[in-house]
Design a protein around this ligand. Structure first.
Ligand SMILES: Cc1cc2nc3c(=O)[nH]c(=O)nc-3n(C[C@H](O)[C@H](O)[C@H](O)COP(=O)(O)OP(=O)(O)OC[C@H]3O[C@@H](n4cnc5c(N)ncnc54)[C@H](O)[C@@H]3O)c2cc1C
Length: 371
């Protein structure tokens, strides 16, 4: 018998497991995948930590979370500064003075602000009826056409004129030379990869991989007083009320026999003709070096394609619309009746959580549960 059975060796499960063990509880962690770390899993290919389930950049303003997670990994000084590629023209992101200088040749913040204002006025949109009009009314035509339209249409799989305006409430425009995508106090990538960080969290804890809890639920339930379940909430209930929907991403990975493909971790393809939304070159998350500081001779890239999700696909982004929100609320009601089970994490709560938020959420649960 264990005090806790933890279903899922992702961040939520690993933080809970670590804290439970620290509190003197006996814990067993299982995961249906052949590896720990859930979606933050990194796999070594040619000495490079490849982010298998999508690029992950740790960023937070939460000092408690930062102090907590840095016990398990040293973080490098990686700063997310994506580049946009529009038919071979390169622009800095997020929109800032480098972007505006390249787009219009303007040099001062006043000139950039005046140019944006002039384009907004010319467009003459007062009540935006769709995403296209909303974006133009916020930043003008050039930025919309070159940097927003194609990318957004690929992401959502339909024209911006058919997307609701509320998707874009604000478009941050920086009148400074600041390419740092996140406005976070703390940012970086764990040295040695996320898998190593999660392994440190799970140090000394029994972990069984390739084990699907739902396939042997009764057997597993009998093994522990309580279950922390971080799998999909609808799957737990056998989809009996219906299936919660997700947006999916497809990754096409390629190892190249050259040291440098694009010179940056992330390049967004903002034209509509290029079928992928972005290319990640994983080695640049760690400055092209291995842990000993040696240059890596090869490189691994991932082309990302936005795709419709169908049941059975890897779930990525929950769809926060009314239909899915209502269905989740019904599942949540059922979950509250499962007194032995705590539902947590991005799948258990059907919620998009950044890594820092999922750690904070797991720590909150530990405070309640392990007090
Ligand atoms: C494409 C993408 C990019 C992202 N980029 C960032 C980023 O740059 N920065 C950031 O802060 N956050 C990012 N995130 C968010 C981050 O991935 C999540 O915060 C984090 O993975 C959530 O951890 P979790 O433990 O809740 O879920 P997961 O990591 O999904 O862990 C759940 C685990 O449960 C296991 N499981 C499920 N069902 C069962 C079962 N029946 N039996 C056994 N095991 C089961 C799964 O195999 C999985 O390992 C990104 C998310 C996505 C989708």
């Amino acid at each position: 018998m264990y005090d806790y059975l933890i279903v899922g060796a992702g961040l939520y499960g690993a933080v809970f497991a670590h804290e439970a063990k620290k509190a003197g509880k006996s814990v067993l962690v299982i995961d249906k995948r052949p590896n720990i770390a859930g979606n933050v899993y990194t796999e070594k290919v040619e000495g490079i930590n490849v982010h298998k389930y999508g690029a992950h950049i740790f960023h937070t303003n939460n000092k408690k979370v930062w102090n907590y997670i840095t016990q398990f990994a040293e973080f490098n000084r990686f700063t997310n500064s994506p580049v946009a590629n529009y038919h071979g023209e390169l622009y800095s992101l997020p929109f800032n003075m480098y972007t505006f200088n390249k787009m219009w040749g303007v040099v001062t913040p006043e000139e950039a602000a005046a140019k944006i204002e002039e384009q907004r006025k010319t467009a003459g949109i007062t009540e935006p009826k769709n995403l296209e009009e909303q974006a133009i009314s916020l930043v003008g035509t050039d930025i919309y056409e070159k940097l927003i339209k194609g990318y957004t249409e690929k992401q959502w799989g339909r024209p911006c004129t058919e997307l609701p305006s509320f998707i874009i409430k604000r478009l941050p425009v920086r009148l400074t030379f600041d390419n740092n995508y996140f406005n976070a106090l703390y940012q970086g990538i764990p040295v040695g990869g996320y898998t190593k960080m999660v392994a440190n969290l799970l140090d000394g804890i029994e972990v069984r991989l390739n084990e699907d809890y739902l396939a042997k639920k009764a057997e597993y339930d009998a093994m522990a007083d309580k279950v922390i379940y971080t799998g999909a909430i609808d799957a737990y209930f056998g989809y009996k009320l219906g299936t919660l929907e997700y947006r999916s991403v497809r990754f096409e990975n390629e190892t190249l026999d050259k040291p440098n493909f694009q010179g940056n971790a992330a390049v967004n393809y903002t034209d509509v003709e290029t079928p992928w939304t972005r290319i990640i070159e994983h080695k640049w998350f760690e400055f092209g070096k291995d842990e000993e500081g040696n240059d890596l001779p090869k490189t691994v890239i991932s082309r990302e394609y936005s795709s419709e999700w169908k049941p059975g696909d890897e779930p990525y982004y929950p769809v926060n619309d009314e239909k899915n929100g209502q269905l989740y609320a019904q599942y949540k009601e059922l979950a509250e009746k499962e007194l032995k089970v705590i539902f947590g994490g991005r799948l258990g709560e059907y919620k998009y959580y950044d890594m820092d938020a999922v750690i904070a959420s797991a720590l909150d649960m530990c405070e309640k549960e392990l007090a």
